[in-house]
Design a protein around this ligand. Structure first.
Ligand code: N2P
Length: 355
């Protein structure tokens, strides 16, 4: 008996040892597979990183790139403030870079890892929102305005007031954005879209409430609505209008005479990004002239890399939807981080949407 129980003990011991060895080997295999395929998580505006850019980077660097989208700077800020830690790349606009630096949500970039930084035009560097570009790299630039169907909207609009014309009731969309949309109403009233005067902001809010029964939809991605003919006008961003016009030839884009907003969207790395080194490689890749040209060609926003222009078709180079005339440029304002007053904009916008 003692002999049998000794054999049983040896057998059990061997089986257990084998099981443990198997578990260790499979754990090693799983971890080595996942190490081979690192994943870069990109959080950006819709239409900002297309499949060609994504798969080009995946193939060259042997990684996986996952793209998730947000509709406003404020949504991006809220998500990161609430503790989302999985993102490696984000693309906030100018004033949001400033807010995120102050909220300590961004990682400092190591420019030694981004040698193509040299290729950016100085016109887009050292701006107020990040004076030495320690946290941000410019990606694209554009404006907000009105896209309209020239077959239907007549005469051609030149003022924001067209968006208050009963004739177009239920036929147009507005940006769903706490700074852009009150900003438009402020411009129409002759004020700065960066006002910190509560009375001026209140007048803009009243105007937008008056307009609300005419609005078909508040939406930031107006491209599909315009192409499908679901709306004949849209308060939208220039690239979205330009892309829609490429699909439906009667569409035009105008920046109203009262003036509008302009922006630079930037590539940044969140402070707690899981793959910061890979994120810097991705930024460097985006700055290659031929890649940057592709980005400008499909987003239909401007490139900040002069050498990219050698790779761009004439239809994009110097197009007025990307490069407005000097007169129009004079009427544009950058949306600014207005500190504590920024909350007033968000509150006004929430109240408009809730009514
Ligand atoms: C997204 C365009 C975003 C521009 N289609 C606003 N910064």
């Amino acid at each position: 008996m003692p002999h049998i129980s000794k054999s049983l003990f040896c057998l059990r011991y061997t089986v257990n040892s084998l099981l443990i060895i198997c578990m260790i080997v499979s754990a090693l295999l799983i971890s080595s597979c996942s190490d081979q395929k690192q994943q870069l998580n990109v959080f950006t505006w819709a239409g900002y990183v297309n499949d060609e850019i994504r798969t080009g980077f995946e193939k060259e660097f042997g990684v996986k790139v996952v793209v998730d989208t947000y509709a406003t700077n404020e949504d991006l800020h809220a998500k990161l403030s609430l503790g989302a830690t999985g993102y490696d790349i984000i693309m906030p606009s100018d004033y949001m870079v400033s807010i995120m630096i102050k909220s300590e949500l961004l990682a400092k970039l190591n420019q030694d890892n981004i040698p193509n930084f040299e290729s950016i035009s100085p016109d887009f560097l050292d701006k107020y929102f990040d004076p030495e570009n320690r946290y941000s790299v410019p990606y694209t630039f554009g404006t907000a305005g009105i896209a309209y169907d020239s077959d239907v909207v007549s005469p051609a609009p030149d003022s924001w007031t067209v968006l208050w014309n009963e004739k177009y009731k239920n036929q147009f969309s507005m940006l769903d954005d706490p700074r852009e949309t009150p900003g438009l109403a402020l411009k129409m009233l002759g004020y700065s879209l960066n006002t910190t005067d509560p009375e001026e902001l209140n007048q803009a809010k009243e105007k937008l409430l008056e307009q609300k029964p005419l609005v078909k939809q508040y939406k930031n991605e107006a491209e599909e609505l315009l192409i499908a003919g679901d709306v004949v006008m849209a308060h939208c961003w220039s690239g979205d209008a330009f892309r829609a016009a490429a699909e439906r030839s009667s569409l035009r884009y105008v920046i109203p005479k009262e003036g509008s907003s302009q922006f630079i969207d930037n590539v940044c790395i969140p402070k707690f990004a899981p793959h910061k080194d890979l994120a810097e490689k991705f930024i460097n890749y985006l700055l290659r002239p031929e890649i940057n040209a592709k980005i400008s060609a499909f987003t239909k926003y401007g490139t900040c890399v002069p050498a990219a222009k050698d790779h761009l078709p004439d239809a994009i180079l110097m197009h007025e939807y990307i490069y407005p005339s000097e007169d129009v440029l004079q009427s544009l304002e950058w949306i600014r981080d207005q500190g504590d007053f920024t909350q007033q904009y968000s509150r006004a916008w929430e109240e408009i949407k809730a009514k």
